[in-house]
Design a protein around this ligand. Sequence first.
Ligand code: SF4
Ligand code: SF4
Length: 472
Amino acid sequence: MYQPKSPKAEEFISHEEILEILEYAKNNKSNRELIEQLISKATLCKGLTHREAAVLLECDQPDLTERIFQLAKEIKQRFYGNRIVMFAPLYLSNHCVNGCVYCPYHAKNKTIGRRKLTQEEIRKEVIALQDMGHKRLALEAGEHPTLNPIEYILESIRTIYSIKHKNGAIRRVNVNIAATTVENYRRLKEAGIGTYILFQETYHKANYESLHPTGPKSNYAYHTEAMDRAMEGGIDDVGLGVLFGLNTYRYDFVGLLMHAEHLEARFGVGPHTISVPRICPADDINTNDFPDAISDDTFSKIVAVIRISVPYTGMIISTRESQESRRRVLELGVSQISGGSRTSVGGYAEEDRSEENSAQFDVSDTRTLDEIVGWLLDLGYLPSFCTACYREGRTGDRFMSLVKSGQIANCCAPNALMTLKEYLEDYASDDIRRKGIALIRQEAEQIPNPKIKEITLRRLKEIEEGKRDFRF
Ligand code: SF4
Ligand code: SF4
C-alpha cells in the first residue's frame, strides 16, 4: 500500500502503485481531454501529483507535448527568471567499498587510479576553484568507513570554508556522500553544509539490488530512507536524483516524484533540488550494457514535466551533458549547472592529473567556467554565483514559503547581479566582462522594487571599488 507519510521505504515508494500508475498513464497517453485538464492544472503553478505527471510524460499527442514544453518554459521564467546558478563538484576521494555496477569507483575496479586528498591538497584544489571564480561546491566522496570516515569529510568542510585566497571564498558547500546515520547528518549540519544530496540511482528495488550487489549501499531501505534521517538530523535542504538509464525512466520518474511527495507529507518541505544525471561512459563502464539509456528527446521531456510538477524545486545538471543538451534543458527547467568541472580526484590543482583515469565519469562539456559564463550571457541568461539563502538562514520551509509566495525573486535577481559583478571584476576575461557589465546594467534597471534597486545599484558600485560579499 502506498503511504506517503510512512517512514518505510517500501511504503512511501510503492512498487504496486508505480506499476498501476504506469498502466494508467499508458492507457491515457492519447486522452486529450485528461491531458488538457492536467496542463491547465499545472498552469496554476501549484504542482502535479506523481499520477498526473506520469500521464503528461506519456502523452503521445505532438501538439499537447509542445504545450507541455511551452508551459515548462513559462514556469521556469516565472520562478527562476533568466538566472542560472553556477557550481563545481570537488572530488575528495574515490576509495569506495561499494559495488555499484555503473560507477568506475566500484570496489572491484582495479584499473582506476585511487586517491584521497590530504587537507593540504584540498587547499590547493579550493584555491584553484576560487581562482576560477567558484563560490559554491558540491563535495563528492566514495563510501569507505576507514579511508573516508565522517571525520575526514567534516575536517575537509572546515578546511574549505577557512580558505580565503585573494577575493575568493567558498560560501556554500553542498555534500554528496553515502547514506549515513542521523547523528552524522547532525554533524554535517553543524559543519555548515548547504544541501545534502544523495542520488537514489533507481527506485526499483529488485533492480537496485542487482545494480548494487555488494557493500553497504546494497541496502535499499537504508539508502532510500536516508533523506528522512537527514531531515531528522536537522538538514532541511536535501537534493534528490536518479541516474536515468539504469532502469526504465518512467518507473524512476514516478518514484522520484513519490519521494518528493513523501518528504512534503512527512516533513512539510519537499526537496530543495532534483538532479537529472543520465548514464554515460566511463572507465570500465560501457553504456551498451544499459539498454534503458535515454535519448535527448526523452531527457528533455523528463526535465519539462519535472519542471511543471514541482515548480519550487531547483533542477541541476552536470557537465556529463553536452553543450547542446544543456542548452535545451536550461530553457525547460534547469536552474543550476556546473562549469569548468573536473571529475577526477585532484583534477583542479593538477591539470595533468585530470588526464589520468581517476574520473567518475567522462565530461562532455569541457569548456572553462569563463567560456560557460560567456555562453550563458550570449544565450541571454544571467549567471549567478549566489549562495545567500542558507547563509541568511533561509532553508527548509522558510525558504519554500518565500519561493511559493514569489518573494524570493526580490533576493535572487539582485544577488545574481552582485555576484556576477564580483565574478566579472575578479575573474572574467575582457570580452566577457564587457558583455556581463552590459547585461547587469540592463537587468538592474528592471528591478521592480525601488528600494532594492537603489541598494543594488549602490552595492554594484561598491563592488567596483573593491568591496565584496553583499547579499539580500
Ligand atoms: Fe562508490 Fe558512489 Fe561509485 Fe557507488 S556510485 S561505487 S557508492 S562512488
Ligand atoms: Fe538561490 Fe537564495 Fe540566491 Fe535565490 S537568493 S539564487 S534561492 S541562494
